[in-house]
Design a protein around this ligand. Structure first.
Ligand SMILES: [Zn+2]
Length: 204
């Protein structure tokens, strides 16, 4: 018997064909907890992207999930949205996770975006590297963002026309994704999409 990773109540297992065939990720959370997550299904226009898709809204349930997953480092939670992610990511595009700074990765113990993709069974390629911003420590975040790109193309990789799908956990202001898309387009990509698990309204 499986137990819900969020509330620990037992989950009744009704085997499905896709589950038996290993196509579908088994349920990690119960139906009661699933109901607390609200679909966003946002697809919007931004000139840098052919399409941006966000799957869920940033409500209380999602805030709690993200906290437990990212900050309390509960890697077991990586598979909770595997089926939803696979539904929007399957295809022929090259999936490119937004990279984490190597030091951050050590601090957080795992790369949370990579892990979401692994559990969803989505192959991905790291094409971007985070630029070291430590030398700009005196500047505010806004000043740093305006100054120079957050990412560079990973040395030794060649960028074709695409399509590429950038993947991040959360879309707030979109700055991170826009930086990543700009770098890819400047390197020759002509088709760039973005998918995020969550869409948050930027705080004012
Ligand atoms: Zn539950």
């Amino acid at each position: 018997m499986n137990h819900c990773l969020l509330c620990e109540q037992p989950i009744a297992a009704f085997p499905t064909w896709s589950g038996l065939l290993g196509i579908e990720h088994k349920k990690d959370i119960c139906d009661d907890c699933s109901k607390n997550f609200q679909h966003a299904d946002i697809i919007d226009d931004d000139p840098l992207f052919d399409r941006i898709t966000s799957i869920y809204t940033y409500n209380d349930a999602m805030r709690e999930y993200l906290h437990q997953y990212k900050f309390l480092q509960d890697i077991a939670l990586a598979g909770v949205f595997a089926n939803e992610l696979r539904a929007v990511l399957k295809g022929k595009a090259t999936v490119v996770p937004i990279p984490m700074h190597p030091e951050k990765k050590i601090e957080r113990t795992f790369a949370h975006v990579d892990e979401l993709l692994k559990r969803a069974g989505i192959p991905f390629t790291h094409l971007l590297e985070k630029v070291d911003t430590a030398v700009m420590g005196e500047k505010s975040k806004e000043e740093r963002l305006a100054m120079r790109p957050l990412f560079t193309i990973k040395p030794g990789t060649s960028i074709g026309p695409g399509p590429y799908i950038l993947v991040d956990d959360i879309f707030t202001t979109g700055t991170t994704l826009r930086h990543a898309a700009t770098v890819l387009r400047e390197a020759g990509a002509t088709q760039v999409e973005a998918v995020t698990l969550i869409r948050a309204e930027p705080s004012h």
